[in-house]
Unconditional design. Sequence first.
Length: 491
Amino acid sequence: MLPCMSTNPTTASSAARAVDADAFDGDVRGVRIHMIGIGGSGMSGLAALLLQRGATVTGSDPHPSPQIDQLVRRGIHVSAEQTEETVPPGTQLVVHSAAIPATHPELQAARQRGIATLKYSRMLGLAMRQCDGIGISGTHGKSTTTAWLAYVMTHAGFEPSFVVGAVSPQLGGGSGVGKGRYFVVEACEYDRSFLNLCPRNAAILNIEEDHLDCYAGLPAIQQAFADFAALLPDDGLLVVNGDDAACRDLLDESRLGNARIETFGLEAHNTWCASGLVSEGGLYRYDLRHDGKPLGTMHLGVAGRHNVFNSLAVVALAHAAGVQLDVIREGLREYRGVGRRLELRGEIHGVRVVDDYAHHPTEIRATLEAARERYQPRRLWCVFQPHQHSRTRFLLEDFAASFAAADRVIMPDIYFVRDSAREREAVRAEDLVERIAARGGAATHIASFDAIAARLQSEIGPGDVVITMGAGTVWQVADDLVRRLRCHLPA
């Protein structure tokens, strides 16, 4: 494999050339690229990487976000409008997220003007072709684990390239171009996007029901992960959660391709095993074993029992890449996570305000339990914004059961994305609030963010923890609350 390109945009050729989407090899030097939905977690990271590799990048996104602010600071023009006119003259390639429909005005304009178009996942796969790709897949934990592995490999001096679906302060953002041979990417199963990637090594962290707007059920999801594993060459490595039931099914049925397989988990039969877990303020340490051989104690710098599993995947993949164990141990201890994963947004007058991306029942449960361990709150308030009507409807009872660790739940309206009008009418936030209440939980529906922040300001007190949670824009509540608390906190 060739090392990843590291191109200085100022020296790249500016000569325009036609781009054939079917024949495009991924060399973006001098190519003018417009990205629809550029503020998305993966899209923003890819945009920064393409810029670093020598492309001229523009984009559009109607939703303001810190990710867009970072892209603008890098010199990328981002339009809040999305019309036929917002695709700049001279654009040679349009990249769009899987959530963009064929009827989108910018996508239609690109096709009318003969501009090549590619989905985000296809562009990411092309960007991996000149590297030894490492893909991190799974229903949960992808961003944390991808950034963690990139951090460990960077700490080891391997200079990897990476694209993470979140912002990592320790890595300087959500993407980077290194001079080394490895390219670490988050491999998302939505719309089977990860089947466009070109990994040599990969991880499957876990498999659960999700994205049921594009999968018929768990068997279809398992098949997609099996297809992803089949992308690996025979001399590649697949690291799999051996404690996860859906992963074990695929292992038992030998459906994970021909690459070498190593497992990880808490059970002794795994290739990589964590035992003797101890939590100190929500931060875990454990004894590491490889094929039964003790390798010493590992200390984690991010909270939550679920991160023990994520760390084992990092250990296995970093070890396979040649990182020394002592360096891996340092990286596990020093890594502090990515944005919107138990991210402390402020601590004012004894109140902690935390923000998290969790939007699936399993993630909600794990995050709330981790928050209790980490902060030991007097009361734990959760402001949860459901993400997608279809996900909420399909997993309604699982969602209702996932808030047991919260003392109070406040829920705004469901974040509308990708769903049809029919789905939007099929379920409301109030339906989930009723299910939580039926289980004995204290849940309230408050439609607007401003009203939620005002209610919290009037009711919270010292020792309380407020965690905003969801994949949409609920982080705005956290920031608004922090501003309010800095001005005044009622007795």
